[in-house]
Design a protein around this ligand. Structure first.
Ligand code: C2E
Ligand code: CA
Ligand code: CA
Length: 589
């Protein structure tokens, strides 16, 4: 060993040790920073630069030790140097595999000195080893590239929707977290849009899933081009897309801008699509929500924008609705009613009330059964509020069955006591009418309560004209079958539907009820009178009885008498009463 060599080793080894300690400490601090800080994008970029510097320093230190040792005449040191250099290359290729920008230069810096070293030996086995080293570098790079590709594909798949290439729900939820932090830190807001395509299911069902998929891809392409960098766009699943804007200032301008953006987006979606040989049109229902101090519970903000989207759907689709607190309260009440209705049906909270009906001499001739709900917390609920909910959830079948049993029992008991009413009307919803077990239930009840009696009174099912927009064949069959059991029908809210009048001839309909809105409009509005006149002449032509409901004033009663109306119902006479109150008032004798 020469003096210089000895000197170098003497000088450099301890220096090298200290150098390694410093780099390691630097590495630890980089790691600590990562685990202790929630970073924004800028900080994350800085942190990445530090990490890269650390990786370059730590791996190049192996090249340094290699360079130091191969100067040594002691061959054992050369072996150690070669081995550590190879080891470092293998470690680098596995450790840095996720980052191409790091592993390529580091592998090259580690392996090239080795290639050069073997080459400079200048003998045949030196050349062979030099080539081997080059091949080894190639293998390491190839393996690292492949693994890197696999990792990237997996990563991409975990974040994206495979059909459209948009981000998926999972990515979107993860994205919301830092956005939420940024909004809070900077006191800003963001806009969220939930897009649901209208009647997409029909396209899927009628043209097949392949066309459905292609349409979804086409729609998402349009959304992508339209959103550009302004919004983060994801597919939540099915035909539902969600967008969220960057941080914005809270003011009228951004609000208007977001609304206009949503409207233009809708226009964009509406433009026709050519898919294979099909020309397709589709619209969308869009919920728009201003995110401010929102709760990060993802189910919450999605639920809120969902409420707005559903409102757009229920307003006839193809529109944009902005979320607001009123909307949310309404929906909350709706949900509460829905939940409670389940329990109510099992408890004793529903009661049937009876509103009397009179002839033109003010003699009682019948009644209409109207259901009431007495809730401990919500108070008395109007059927106008809970019947539509019951219809949407299917609970109307259970509710209707309860009303049916209750009213039949009451009518039967009245008959037994010798109180006969000419008309006994029960409201029936479309869903009941098309539900086979309901028909059977009516037949059974009719047989049970009224088979022996000559039905001197009419049991009337009140249905609305909407029934006639359903499967007409089925409606006709059902009504005729019920007619055989002794039921007659009345068209409720007559004049508010859009159906053709031909059914008046074909079906077992005995009366029409003039909607109370027309009666309320009498006197103030010439159109109401015209409507009433028309309805009455149609009904007379078809030989139908006419019931006026919602008669509140004497003047209305008189005017309707002059129109030759048959039956009258309304607060002018009486409101709906409980069974007991009704009996007390009308069956005194
Ligand atoms: P509807 O069949 O049109 O019933 C008439 C509604 O008008 C009743 O409201 C009645 O209380 C109210 N009314 C009666 N006279 C007057 C009046 O002079 N002025 C005014 N402004 N209103 C009057 P209610 O009981 O709240 O029922 C609302 C609706 O709920 C009913 O409208 C009916 O469609 C539905 N409904 C009620 N009970 C049942 C039921 O058992 N089954 C089904 N399917 N629907 C029901
Ligand atoms: Ca009615
Ligand atoms: Ca009515």
């Amino acid at each position: 060993m020469s003096f210089l060599d000895g000197y170098l080793i003497f000088l450099c080894q301890p220096f090298y040790g200290i150098y390694l300690i410093f780099i390691s400490l630097y590495g630890v601090s980089v790691y600590r920073y990562f685990s202790n800080h929630k970073m924004n994008e800028e900080q994350l970029r800085m942190w990445y630069t530090h990490l890269s510097i650390f990786m370059y320093l730590i791996f190049s230190s192996w090249t340094v030790i290699f360079a130091l040792n191969i100067q040594h005449s002691e061959y054992n040191l050369h072996y150690i140097a070669i081995f550590t250099e190879l080891g470092a290359a293998v470690v680098a290729s596995t450790l840095l595999v996720s980052d191409k920008k790091l592993f390529v230069p580091i592998l090259v810096t580690l392996m090239l000195p080795l290639v050069l070293y073997f080459f400079l030996i200048g003998t045949w086995f030196g050349y062979v080893l030099s080539v081997f080293s080059l091949i080894f570098l190639g293998v390491l790079l190839y393996a690292a590239y492949n693994t890197n590709h696999l990792i990237r594909t997996n990563y991409y798949q975990a974040q994206h929707d495979m059909l459209t290439g948009l981000y998926n729900r999972r990515y979107f939820m993860e994205y919301m977290e830092p956005l939420h932090r940024r909004l809070l830190e900077k006191n800003k807001i963001a806009y969220m849009l939930l897009i649901d395509l209208d009647h997409f299911k029909t396209i899927n069902d009628s043209l097949g899933h392949e066309i459905g998929d292609k349409l979804l891809t086409a729609v998402s392409e349009r959304l992508k081009t339209y959103c550009k960098d302004k919004y983060i766009l994801a597919r939540l699943g099915g035909d539902e897309f969600i967008l969220v804007s960057d941080e914005l200032d809270k003011n009228k301008e951004t609000q208007e801008e977001a609304h206009n953006f949503a409207l233009r987006l809708l226009d964009e979606i509406r433009r026709p699509y050519t898919i294979d040989t099909h020309h397709l049109h589709i619209s969308a229902s869009i919920g728009l929500h201003e995110l401010e101090n929102f709760s990060l519970d993802s189910s919450n903000f999605i639920k809120e924008v969902d409420i707005a989207m559903y409102e757009a759907k229920s307003k006839g689709r193809d529109g944009v609705i902005v979320f607001n607190k009123d909307l949310s309260e309404r929906v909350e009440r709706h949900l509460e009613i829905e939940q409670r209705l389940h329990q109510t049906l099992n408890g004793n909270r529903l009661k049937v009330y009876y509103q009397p009906q009179f002839d033109c001499d003010s003699n009682i001739v019948g009644c209409e059964a109207l259901v009431r709900w007495f809730d401990d917390d919500l108070g008395v609920l109007s059927p106008d509020e809970f019947i539509p909910i019951a219809e949407n959830t299917g609970l109307i079948l259970e509710l209707g069955s309860y009303v049916l049993h209750e009213t039949f029992k009451v009518l039967h008991s009245w008959n037994e006591e010798g109180h006969y009413l000419q008309n006994f009307a029960i409201n029936i919803s479309i869903r009941q009418l098309l539900y086979e077990p309901f028909i059977e239930e009516v037949e059974v009840l009719m047989k049970y309560y009224f088979s022996k009696e000559d039905l001197s009174q009419k049991i009337i099912f009140e249905i609305t004209e909407h029934v006639f927009s359903q499967d007409m064949d089925k409606v006709v069959k059902t009504m005729k079958r019920l007619q055989k059991s002794g039921i007659t029908f009345s068209i409720d809210d007559f004049g508010t539907g859009y159906s053709s009048l031909s059914y008046l001839q074909e079906l077992p309909i005995g009366e029409v009820k003039i909607d109370k809105a027309f009666i309320a409009g009498m006197g103030s509005n010439g159109n109401s009178e015209k409507m009433i006149g028309t309805i009455i002449s149609i009904a007379k032509n078809f030989n139908l009885k006419i019931v006026s409901e919602g008669v509140e004033e004497e003047s209305q009663f008189e005017a309707l008498q002059a129109y030759d109306c048959d039956i009258f119902q309304g607060f002018y006479f009486d409101e709906a009463l409980s069974k007991e109150a009704f009996e007390l008032k009308y069956f005194k004798d």
